[in-house]
Design a protein around this ligand. Structure first.
Ligand code: HEC
Length: 124
């Protein structure tokens, strides 16, 4: 009886975990108002985010960044998954004076799904 309950629980949980992958794309939806992942797209209010992971902070060549992100670039900071997740929890806490006024994403699972999506948007 107990193993039946475990199986039932698993069957309820498994579809939910693949849905978590789609959550990354969904979590990025509001960001699209200001950011594109298409390297050819210019002219949005925020910098292009294609190839973000591994790139320098403040690293979109054509974008005119705030002093705080220009300083981070001069200091040699790069985006990795860990830094991006911390940033998304509270962007202005990491870079005071940031010109991006969105609230942080409180939900850790949502942040992680969004980071995975930004690591490899094409696979989603
Ligand atoms: C209202 C417009 C707007 C929205 C919405 C927005 N951003 Fe931004 N974002 C910006 C601007 C403007 C900058 C540049 C900030 C600066 O220069 O201080 C930026 C910078 C960034 C950077 C740093 C990029 C780099 O090249 O170093 C990341 C990462 C980022 N945003 C991610 C996101 C994510 C993820 C979302 C959605 C959860 C989001 N942004 C929503 C406007 C926006």
């Amino acid at each position: 009886m107990r193993s039946f309950a475990v199986l039932l629980l698993l069957s309820l949980l498994l579809p939910a975990s693949s849905a978590a992958e789609e959550d990354g794309a969904r979590a990025f939806t509001p960001c699209r108002a200001c950011h594109s992942l298409d390297p050819a797209e210019r002219g949005l209010p925020g910098p292009n985010l294609s190839g973000l992971i591994g790139r320098a902070v403040g690293g979109a060549a054509e974008f005119d960044y705030s002093p705080v992100l220009r300083k981070a670039r001069e200091d040699g900071l790069r985006w990795d998954a860990k830094r991006l997740e911390t940033f998304l929890a509270d962007p202005a806490a990491m870079f005071p004076g940031l010109w991006m006024s969105i609230r942080g994403i409180e939900d850790a699972a949502e942040r992680q799904a969004l980071v995975r999506f930004l690591e490899d948007p094409a696979s989603r």
